[in-house]
Design a protein around this ligand. Structure first.
Ligand SMILES: [Zn+2]
Length: 312
């Protein structure tokens, strides 16, 4: 029998296709697709639903307040069954425009992590618009740096995923429960390790690690930003310097996506005044292809760096 090139091609495919295809059965449903605004929510989604297809809009080297609504992101949001974001206005400068252009009704009802935890430092009456700086009137949205809050979000996300993908509900719940056990164990270990950090002081740029300070009992005594979201200015840094000389913090802390020059200047000025205050650049979140292991490594690393500058 002479076969056409197409038939020969299919014959070759038959050798590698799964059983359902060779039996002529219907193909499995497309994977549940999640659009995660930040890598931490992608990681939690992978913990709960490892078969999900996950698109991540930002990575640790990007400032999540300010993201360009690129065509690739619009296409990813368009194909999503669910969008998982931080909320509390963190993405207010870019997510609405993505949603409008993606036109995907399913992904309109975004899961917002901030709706499921108590936020710190709300500023009632403050004007939070993309043009007035990253004011965060509803409270600090950078809640993923608090492992206990992360657990509360996991609970809510498991419920939502179970509703959106009912066939997966039992598996999601089993994974949530197992994750919670392991994560609680890790929290206890971290809290034991971090005990010497309680009461220590840091200067930091923005409130991106505000929950970490809150969790560990560290005080942020200076913000390199003159106004939330505004880049440090020479005049503001000079004013900070006078106060920090009198009460030197253990470090000047910035996120990996921030310009290190202002923090480096401040650290250098304090050093010439005889105070050893190193600049500490901490990753703002996990790698964008991360899961549970990367989440745990990230907290391990944050604590290790802080304990090191604290001399412990
Ligand atoms: Zn912020």
């Amino acid at each position: 029998m002479v076969r056409t090139p197409t038939e020969r091609g299919l014959g070759r495919l038959g050798a590698v296709l799964p059983v359902w295809a060779s039996l002529g059965l219907a193909t499995p449903a497309a994977a549940f697709t999640v659009f995660a605004c930040e890598p931490e929510w992608a990681a939690l989604t992978r913990v709960l639903l490892p078969t999900a297809r996950v698109h991540v809009a930002t990575h640790a080297g990007q400032d999540p307040h300010h993201i360009e609504a690129r065509p690739a992101l619009i296409a990813q949001l368009r194909s999503a069954d669910l969008a998982v974001c931080t909320g509390a206005s963190l993405e207010s400068g870019w997510l609405p425009s993505l949603q409008e252009r993606a036109g995907n009704a399913r992904a309109r009802d975004v899961f917002l992590a901030a709706d499921h935890v108590e936020l710190i430092d709300p500023q009632p009456g403050a004007i939070g618009t993309p043009w007035a700086g990253d004011v965060h009137a509803e409270g600090n949205p950078h809640l993923h740096v608090h492992p206990r809050k992360l657990l509360e979000v996991t609970q809510a996300l498991a419920e939502r995923l179970g509703k959106e993908a009912p066939a997966e509900r039992a598996g999601i719940e089993a994974r949530r429960s197992a994750f919670e056990l392991r994560w609680r164990q890790r929290i206890l270990e971290w809290e034991r390790l971090a005990a010497p950090l309680r009461g220590r002081q840091v200067a930091a740029q923005h409130t991106g690690f505000g929950y970490l300070w809150h969790w560990l009992g560290i005080r942020q005594t200076a913000d390199l930003e003159p106004k939330p979201g505004m880049s440090p200015t020479p005049g503001h840094l000079q004013r900070l310097l006078d106060g920090l000389r009198a009460a030197p913090p253990m470090a000047v802390v910035i996120s990996g996506y921030q310009d290190p020059r202002p923090g480096r200047w401040l650290s250098g000025q304090l050093a010439s005044a005889g105070a050893r205050v190193p600049l500490l650049v901490l990753p703002a979140t996990v790698p964008d292809d991360g899961g549970e292991r990367e989440l745990a490594h990230w907290f391990d690393g944050l604590l290790r760096e802080l304990l090191q500058v604290a001399g412990r």
